[in-house]
Each structure stands twice: as structure tokens, then as C-alpha cells.
Design a protein around this ligand. Structure first.
Ligand code: CR1
Length: 821
């Protein structure tokens, strides 16, 4: 007898039943006495029930139809909270709100129970999260693979203005979104040595022996798309010990010792490395990378084998694998090892399969972010993979490189997978380009620089492999969820289709001239500023006026992003207000959100300096309301969702050529925050879209930066030539702000003695002038609001749906597969 299906309807009453059932039977709680957290969990589970059915359906249909799937390999996923996103995407928000309302519960209050899923550092991890949303939305068959970190990015606190880190135990109480899949557990080998054996036909085969084993337990998180029935999954691997007990030791009575190995094994998925755009070269990090790559590849191969009885040459027609930066690049030798050592394929055939399967996205040109592993470390952890890399390298240098540049050892040095100067290192970026059929940058300018600079020789050799795919953001989370008021106004004005086709936002363009529309748009912005002002009051104890200009810089703390250039302008303004109290200056609130890598000394010094300046400025009666500076602690996705709709001005002020793309710039522009920025990353394309009259561009271009450096850049020249600048720097590094003149000497030294590597001084005057223009423009509110509306209207290009469809077409050759009801 088939049991009656449970009621998974979408009506208010069905949802009410589901929530009550979960409270009673899953959580063992009474409706009358359940805690707020119980209500939140029960609500998530009620939604998850509805979503899981579609996940199973999607997976089944993808398997049965035999379509190619994309596998996104990423060490980071910065998902944030899932409940509201899932509700809005699945169209269940209103009925769930009503269901809870009838039971005396406020949905919006419950949303705050959810801890952020912060399994990433910054832009790269958030991009992966946006891509997962878009893949489901546009009905592409996809699986995201990553690590189930027990601790996500640290929680940040300020003590006396200095950053202090605390662990982020995001899933201490479990998570209602994740489902364990023990039947798909994988075993991974590490360490050991390689021996040569001969198979039955007398062919030599390498065997990796005396290894240590680690288990990977997959956890699945369903990814709900907007208005689509495709539910893909994000599969995160948790490391477990091979055997719970070492019986030998156990029998000797050493129970605690026996469990030690288990504890060590489990450190592999314990914690996310907190560095953004820098590599760290630590053994545990390499083990993390290999662990999740090996689990994921084994999972992909398992699916290929059970699903089909096809020859290996068909593997790429079933599986595309995208490498999100070089972090998963060890997948290339791992697939070679599977094909050659385990499956017995000839080398050349295996190599062809590899190249057809993999594609690589580069996210940075910063030299300190280009991953290199010392050969000795690599050899110890992955001895067979190192051999494979050597062989790939030899065939490449003696083959394609020799053919193109006969006898040119300089070219060989530059293209080699092994760096030989100053110790031997494996270059993961070169490996990634060579082992894949496509390499892309993440904005037009970045891709151009990849081809002209970082990968110039590879580009000369394989020009067809390189392409640009400008980043995007999901408009669901970054408009629908974080700014439902604006989303509703847009829908009321131009209809709903923009949610699936963001280019239609252009239909808002003419409404910028309509005073009634402008008034409503401006009111939404102001309401968000009132909400943010309350958060600022609660978090920082600073009272700010929602009528001030909210000037926002939110992103990781990094010298190249130049939060310290922002600070130079703030201190310049502070001085001006004191010198010239009657000047007509529109009140401004400078708002920062940023985490610094715990080991990044100068970044922490900059945070401290901003907080110290804030403390002085905010309490100086001579300044009053004109200037406030706040640094909101613990910047994260859920806080970004509060700041972005409330922002007037978006600081995108990196040194030209350093920010590969940026994605916060897109989120802010979409929410009507005007950009003050350099011609860097995607700012260039934002200017193209919104028009140069609706953005504040300043500073040196990439070409000018190159020229200046070639000429010999000396920050002291700027210091001596510009009195305002000189006073500003001297003031920051005096004892005025903390009572101790030593405090900000590191910052001063970096700007002067150490050559100002990110050219803050060179761009200072141009930045200060652009800020004056911002001030003048803001005073004309009609004009400002119009510009803001035109930003919202014209950034449709930056929808991650567009980006993902380009990947599908140009890199993955992937069909859209709609899933029925
Ligand atoms: C870049 O710095 C870009 C994101 C996503 C970052 C940023 O400009 O928007 O990637 N790079 O593409 C990075 O984290 C390891 O490199």
C-alpha cells in the first residue's frame, strides 16, 4: 500500500500544519511553549520539505536525460542566511508570513535567529553563492562542491578600537538546511609513497601506497532558484577519521590516545583560512584543498559510472568542472591519476579528457595571491600528484613551447609549472591554464590585464583559451530580499518581468524625470537610512541623522582597496570643518565595514586608525552633526543587506589594476548608491552602463599607474608639494587621536618610507576633489535622486543570471533543463 503523501501544499493552512508538525514531532515542543529558535527551525524545515521534493526531482531528471552537468569547485561559499531567500525565491514568503501571523509569530523577527553561513572571506566566496542562486534560477544542471567548515570566518569585535577575532561556531546547534548523505561518503588518501608495478599486460602502473586515509562525509544544502523548480545542491564535505578507534592502542588500554588520530583527522574541515586574496602556503591548507577535490572528483566519477556505460572519452560530455580560482587546481593531476593509474587510460587520452573537462576562473592579479606550493611540501603530501605535474610540465615544455619558441629557455622559465628561482615551487595558476580549455577573468579590464601581463606567454600560445566573463550578483538577494520596498516599487512601475530579465530595468529610465516617482524612491532610501541609523546607534553608540549623506565602504580590509585613502579624506574634512566652521558642507556619515586577516598587521593598524579618528570626530562638539565616522563591527552578508539599501555613496577606490572586478560596487549601484571610484575592475563597465554623468570617477588609470611607476614613484614628492596632504598625514601620526604618537607610525611609514605601494598619495588630490563634487551634487537632491534612479535602471548587465548564462554558453556548453511542477 502506498502511504498517503503528506500535505506539502503552498497554502497558508498547509504551511501552518507543517510548522506545527515539525514543532511537535521533530523538535518535541508544544506550540504554547516553543522558543523563538524552535519556531525558526520548524519554519525552515517546513520550507525544506517543499524544496527537497524538487531537489530529488531535479536530480532524477538530470540523470535520466543524461545532460551535461556543471560542477563548481570552490573552497569558499559565503551564503549568508537562507530562510528569507528561500521564501522569496519559492514564492512562499507571503503565505508563510500569514501562517505564522495566525499563530501569533512575526516572520521577520524569526529571520534574525538564523546565523550567517559564513564559509568564505569576501568577493570570491560571495560570487560562488550568487552563482549557485543563478544556476538554479536559469535551470542549469549544477552541483556546487566545497568544504563543510565547522568554523566559518571569525567574528570580529573591537576592543579599544582594535580588531579582536572570535571563532564563528555557525552550526553549533546544527542547521536545518543541511542533510547528511552517508551513503555517498568517500575515502581520500594522503602522504605515503609511489611504487612502480606492472599490470597483467606488462604495462607499468604507478601505485600510491602506505597512505593515510581520511573520510569525507557529504552534507547537502538545497539551492532554491527564483520562480523555477530546479533545486540544485551545494555539497559540502566534512572530514572524518578512517577508523574511530585505533584498536592496537585501544587494547593496550590507551583509550584517550586512540581517539587522538580521530581528532587530528577531523581538523581538516575544522576552519576556514581567514585570508582574502593572499595564499598562505600551509600544509593544512593544501590538505584541505586536496581533501575536497578528491571527494568531489570521486563523487563525479561515481555518478558517471552508475549513470552510463560510456567510454571515458565521453566523460567531458557529461561533466564540466569549473575551478573557482586555483584553490581546487589539484583536481587536474587528481583526474589524471584516476584516469591513468586507476582506469589505465593512455596518458594522451587522459590529458585530452582533462582539458575538455576543466575550466578556470582567475580572480586576482595580486602577486601575493598567486598560489605556489613548495615542491618538498607537495611531494610529502601528494607524491604521485607531483610526479604527474612534472610529467605534464615536461611534455608541455618539450612540445608546444619548444615548437613555438625553439630553444628559448626564457620562455620555458616563464611558462613552466615549476618556479625554480629561490627554491622550487609548483605554480598553481600555470597548471590551471594548461590543464583546462578556458581561462576567464572576471571583468573586461581584468581579463585584458591577464592576457597582456600575468598570462602573456600563455595567451601568445593559446589565444583561444582566454575570455572575459564579467561578474554579476543575484538581484534576488541584493534587491528583492534586502530591499523589498524598492523591488515592489519597480514591479509596480514596470511590471514583474525584470526579475527574470534584468535588462528590463532600463524601462525605469524615463521615470527618473517623474517627481512623484522620485519622491517615492527617495522615501524608500530614507526609510532604510532610519533603520541603519538605529543599528549604528545600537552597535557603535553613535547617533547619526538619516538626512546626512551616508558614505559607505564595505569590503575586506586590504591596502589595495585603500580604506586609508578614505581616511585621509576624512581627516582632511575634519581639519576643514575646524578651520572653517561656517563652510557650506552637507553633513556626512562615513560608514565602514571590514574584516582584516588576523595576521595582516598593517590592515589592523588601519582599522585602529579609523576607529581612533571616529572616536575623536564623533565627540568633538566643534564638529557637531557635520561629520560622523562609524566602523560597524563584524561585517558579514546579513549586515551588508542592511547597509546597502541605506547607502548614498559607494566607495570603490582601489588602485587601478588591483581590484579584479568587485561585486559590492554592483550591489550598491543597484540600490541607488552612486559610485565614487577609480577606473578599476568592473567600475569601468559600471561607468559604461550608467553613463559618466551618473558616477564620480577619479584617480590614475592603469596606464598612468604603469607610467608613474616606470618613472619612479616617490610619495615624498606629493607630501612636500601638497600642504593639506602633509598636514593630514602629520595629524594622523601625531598623538592627537590616541595620546600616543607611536600608534599609527606603521601607517605613516607605509605611506612615506615604504613607498606607498598603492599610490594613495598620488590619487589623494583627485579623490578629495571628487568628494567635493559629491558634496555639491548631493545638495541638489532632485538631481541626486535622479542619478540614483538611473543607477538602478542601468545596471541590469550585472545580474549573475547573465554571467551564468554566458558561462553555460561559452565555457560549459550546457543546456537549460526546466523542471516541471
Ligand atoms: C577579487 O579581489 C572579485 C572577486 C570575485 C576577488 C574581487 O575583485 O570581485 O574575487 N579575488 O571575482 C579573490 O578573492 C583570491 O582572489
Amino acid at each position: 500500500m502506498t502511504p498517503a503523501p503528506c500535505d506539502l501544499g503552498n497554502s497558508k493552512d498547509s504551511l501552518k500544519n507543517s510548522i506545527i508538525n515539525h514543532l511537535r514531532f521533530t523538535l518535541g515542543a508544544y506550540v504554547e511553549s516553543a522558543s523563538k529558535n524552535d519556531w525558526w527551525v520548524a519554519t525552515c524545515l517546513a520550507i525544506r520539505d517543499r524544496v527537497m521534493d524538487h531537489a530529488t526531482k531535479s536530480r532524477t531528471l538530470h540523470r535520466q536525460s543524461g545532460v551535461r552537468r556543471v560542477h563548481y569547485l570552490s573552497l569558499e561559499y559565503l551564503m549568508g542566511r537562507l530562510l528569507e531567500n528561500n521564501l522569496r525565491n519559492s514564492g512562499l514568503y507571503e503565505s508563510t508570513k500569514a501562517a505564522l501571523g495566525e499563530m501569533g509569530k512575526d516572520l521577520d523577527a524569526l529571520l534574525d535567529c538564523e546565523p550567517d553561513m559564513g564559509l568564505g572571506n569576501g568577493g570570491l566566496g560571495r560570487l560562488a553563492a550568487c552563482f549557485m542562486d543563478s544556476l538554479s534560477t536559469v535551470n542549469l544542471p549544477a552541483i556546487g562542491y566545497g568544504i563543510h567548515y565547522e568554523f566559518g570566518l571569525f567574528r570580529q569585535e573591537f576592543v579599544n578600537g582594535k580588531q579582536v577575532e572570535h571563532p564563528d561556531a555557525w552550526m553549533r546547534d546544527g542547521s536545518p538546511w543541511k542533510i547528511a548523505r552517508p551513503s555517498y561518503r568517500q575515502t581520500v588518501q594522503l602522504y605515503g609513497r609511489v611504487v612502480q608495478k606492472f599490470d597483467d599486460c606488462g604495462h607499468p602502473r604507478s601505485e600510491w601506497v602506505e597512505t593515510k586515509a581520511l573520510l569525507g562525509l557529504p552534507w547537502d544544502i538545497p539551492i532554491v532558484g527564483y520562480d523555477s523548480h530546479t533545486v540544485n545542491v551545494l555539497r559540502l564535505w566534512q572530514a572524518q577519521a578512517d577508523e574511530d578507534f585505533n584498536f592496537q592502542v585501544f587494547n593496550e588500554g590507551s583509550y584517550v590516545e586512540a581517539l587522538r588520530d580521530k581528532a587530528i583527522a577531523e581538523t581538516v574541515s575544522k576552519v576556514l583560512y581567514p585570508n582574502d586574496s593572499t595564499e598562505s602556503g600551509k600544509e593544512l591548507r593544501l590538505v584541505q584543498q586536496y581533501f575536497f577535490v578528491a571527494c568531489s572528483l570521486a563523487d563525479i566519477v561515481r555518478r558517471f559510472k552508475v549513470g552510463y556505460t560510456l567510454p571515458w572519452s565521453e566523460f567531458p560530455s557529461k561533466a564540466a568542472i569549473q575551478l573557482n580560482d586555483t584553490h581546487p587546481a589539484v583536481a587536474i593531476p587528481e583526474l589524471m591519476r584516476i584516469l591513468v593509474d586507476l582506469e589505465g587510460l593512455p596518458w594522451n587520452e587522459a590529458w585530452k579528457i582533462c582539458q575538455e573537462t576543466f575550466a578556470y576562473t582567475n580572480h586576482t592579479l595580486l602577486p601575493e595571491a598567486l598560489e605556489m606550493w613548495s615542491v618538498s611540501l607537495f611531494e610529502r603530501v601528494l607524491p604521485r600528484h607531483l610526479q604527474i605535474i612534472y610529467q605534464i610540465n615536461q611534455l608541455f615544455l618539450e612540445g608546444d613551447v619548444e615548437a613555438k619558441w625553439p630553444g628559448d629557455s626564457e620562455k620555458k622559465r616563464s611558462l613552466s609549472l615549476i618556479e625554480e628561482r629561490g627554491g622550487k615551487y609548483v605554480r598553481m595558476a600555470n597548471l590551471s591554464v594548461l590543464g583546462s580549455h578556458a581561462t576567464n577573468g572576471v571583468a573586461a579590464l581584468h581579463t585584458r590585464l591577464l592576457c597582456e601581463r600575468l598570462f602573456a606567454d600563455f595567451y601568445a600560445l593559446y589565444p583561444d583559451r582566454f575570455l572575459n566573463l564579467t561578474n554579476g550578483i543575484t538581484f534576488r538577494r541584493w534587491l528583492d530580499v534586502c530591499n523589498p520596498q524598492l523591488s515592489a516599487l519597480i514591479t509596480e512601475t514596470i511590471g514583474e518581468s525584470w526579475k527574470k530579465n534584468a535588462d528590463l530595468l532600463r524601462n525605469l529610465d524615463p521615470h527618473a524625470d517623474d517627481p512623484a516617482f522620485r519622491a517615492r524612491y527617495a522615501k524608500i532610501k530614507r526609510d532604510h537610512k532610519v533603520v541603519l541609523a538605529k543599528i549604528i546607534e545600537d552597535e557603535c553608540g553613535v547617533t547619526v541623522s538619516p538626512d546626512a549623506l551616508f558614505d559607505v565602504q564595505i569590503k575586506r580590509l586590504h591596502e589595495y582597496k585603500r580604506q586609508h585613502l578614505n581616511l585621509l579624506n576624512i581627516v582632511t574634512l575634519y581639519r576643514e570643518i575646524l578651520d572653517n566652521p561656517n563652510a557650506d558642507f552637507h553633513p556626512r556619515v562615513f560608514i565602514f565595514g571590514a574584516k582584516a586577516a588576523p595576521g595582516y598587521f598593517l590592515a589592523k593598524n588601519i582599522i585602529h586608525a579609523i576607529n581612533a579618528v571616529a572616536a575623536k570626530v564623533n565627540n568633538d562638539p566643534r564638529v557637531g552633526d557635520k561629520l560622523k565616522v562609524v566602523f560597524l563591527p563584524n561585517y558579514r552578508v546579513s549586515l551588508a543587506e542592511k547597509i546597502i539599501p541605506a547607502s548614498d555613496l559607494s566607495e570603490q577606490i582601489s588602485t587601478a589594476g588591483k581590484e579584479a572586478s568587485g561585486t559590492g560596487n554592483m550591489k550598491l549601484a543597484l540600490n541607488g548608491s552612486l559610485t565614487i571610484g577609480t577606473l578599476d575592475g568592473a567600475n569601468v563597465e559600471i561607468e559604461e552602463e550608467v553613463g559618466s554623468e551618473n558616477i564620480f570617477i577619479f584617480g590614475l588609470t592603469v596606464e598612468e599607474v604603469t607610467e608613474l611607476r616606470a618613472k619612479g614613484y616617490n610619495p615624498w614628492d606629493y607630501y612636500w608639494a601638497n600642504e593639506k596632504l602633509r598636514n593630514t598625514i602629520d595629524w594622523i601620526s601625531s598623538d592627537y587621536f590616541t595620546g600616543n604618537a607611536e600608534e599609527f607610525q606603521p601607517l605613516r611609514r607605509s605611506l612615506l618610507d615604504h613607498g606607498d605601494p598603492y599610490l594613495c598619495l598620488a590619487d589623494y588630490q583627485s579623490y578629495v576633489d571628487a568628494q567635493a563634487k559629491v558634496d555639491a551634487t548631493y545638495k541638489d537632491q532632485d538631481k541626486w535622486v535622479k542619478m540614483a534612479i538611473l543607477n538602478t535602471a542601468r545596471v541590469g548587465k550585472f545580474s549573475s543570471d547573465r554571467t551564468i548564462l554566458q558561462y553555460a554558453e561559452k565555457v560549459w556548453n550546457l543546456p537549460q533543463v526546466p523542471i516541471g511542477e
